[in-house]
Ligand binder design. Structure first.
Ligand SMILES: *Cc1c(COP(=O)(O)O)cnc(C)c1O
Length: 409
């Protein structure tokens, strides 16, 4: 028996995964361990410094949303589809905020009509449109508006973001600076939003980055004459996908953000957590269909790859893997590929017991975020992945696997 299972693998689920029999269409499946998720969320909520939102894009499955709801999280949605899914779980629209660079006037109207009252505004057009929508609908409540800021650092200055790559998220301080608040009397412009970092794994770096946002944001608020009541610092709290042992301490985050809150003088400090909330509760299980040696490199080919789980290919960061059975064999590195006819379909170069064989199942970790809905399921007409939850020591199917005939026209 392998003496150490990886830290991300929760042994309570092993028996159920071993006992699970897949249907012919099930070439790979996700499992979310809801009890473990609930415990983790409880820990995140044991503080009164940060108001927590869940970035729904990380995992929009009904059962995941319901679990976050039961732990008092609010919801950050970035599309009509995400809004429908959240409201469909019985969540009140006043616990929803809307972010995203592609809000048309039509979408803003529809969100307001459905009762959404908090908007992270990312362009001058969005601001005008929201104001017009409120006037046209004769809404009596003023939507709360957070302006999304995108910072850059002058050439030659030490850049805490590590580079000035331009994105469509928000606007520069210079653009927002021209705002005249009295043009938007139907809006309650009360906060700023900034989020332009990803998968941070060091508390020191995170704090230093947040710290450097304080001055530019306070100045912007002062210059346009807005009272800065809410500061939303987005997400980006990291997951140790590569197993380097670097882990964020939540206690330290809370302490650091209490500091940032005091420095900015805001009433409320918000985070929209994606991966930090849900990554660890999820697994992806997939069988090995072939093993071969190519130019001295051991290769495994799996029944599914980036058609079910694309993140490793687009971030160059594999999900960690383990073999779903005990093995005494020594470990060696394998190139792990999926079934698509493109060299992009690679889940990593990862260590596994050398006796891994055709028919074995692999379990990938941290797949609770950016898994099922981030994939490219249609290419080459493979099956859609199934999704299960593990609760009260049982696997419960939430979404059955589907053959290509399910979606081909
Ligand atoms: C994706 C996203 C998040 C969550 O990001 P994580 O890195 O998963 O925490 C939060 N806020 C916004 C606006 C996002 O787009």
């Amino acid at each position: 028996m392998k003496t150490t299972k990886p830290t991300w693998f929760n042994n309570r689920i092993e028996k159920s995964l071993l006992a699970h029999k897949s249907s012919d269409d099930e070439q790979g499946y996700f499992v979310y361990q809801l009890d473990a998720l609930k415990d983790h969320l409880t820990t995140l909520q044991q503080q009164d410094v940060i108001k927590l939102w869940f970035a729904v894009k990380a995992n929009p499955l009904s059962k995941i949303i319901q679990t976050l709801d039961s732990e008092g999280f609010n919801f950050d949605v970035a599309s009509s589809g995400e809004l429908t899914q959240v409201l469909g779980q019985g969540i009140s629209p006043d616990r929803v905020l809307n972010t995203g660079p592609a809000k048309s006037k039509k979408q803003l109207r529809s969100f307001v009509e459905q009762g959404v009252n908090i908007f992270v505004i990312e362009s001058l057009n969005q601001l005008d449109w929201l104001n017009q929508v409120v006037i046209e609908l004769e809404n009596t409540v003023k939507p709360k508006v957070l302006l999304r800021v995108q910072l850059q650092w002058p050439e030659g200055e030490k850049n805490p973001l590590g580079g000035n790559s331009l994105t469509p998220f928000g606007l520069s301080v210079q653009e927002w600076q021209g705002l005249c608040l009295s043009d938007y009397l139907r809006l309650d412009i009360c906060g700023l939003h900034i989020f332009q970092w990803g998968n941070m794994l060091s508390n020191e770096k995170m704090y230093s980055l947040w710290g450097q946002m304080v001055q530019p944001l306070i100045s912007l608020a002062a210059n346009i004459g807005m009272e800065l009541k809410i500061l939303d610092l987005g997400g980006g709290l990291g997951i140790d996908y590569l197993g380097h042992g670097a882990c964020l301490s939540w206690q330290q985050i809370v302490t650091d953000l209490a500091d940032i809150k005091a420095l900015t003088g805001v009433d409320e400090l918000w985070l929209e957590l994606g991966r930090f909330a849900v990554a660890e509760c999820g697994y992806y299980v997939v069988p090995v269909v072939d093993r071969k040696i190519n130019y001295h490199q051991e290769q495994l080919v799996l029944a599914a790859g980036i058609n079910h789980i694309i993140r490793p290919a687009i971030t160059d960061q594999p999900f960690p893997v383990t073999l779903l059975r005990n093995s005494k064999a020594a470990e060696q590195y394998f190139d792990i590929h999926g079934p698509l006819c493109t060299s992009m379909d690679k889940l990593g170069h990862l260590s596994l017991p050398e006796d891994v064989k055709v028919g074995d199942k692999l379990v990938f970790g941290y797949c609770g975020a950016y898994g099922f809905t981030e994939s490219m399921p249609f290419f080459l007409c493979h099956q859609l992945a199934a999704e299960y939850v593990f609760q009260h020591n049982e696997l419960l199917e939430v979404r059955a696997a589907q053959p290509a005939s399910h979606y081909l026209a």
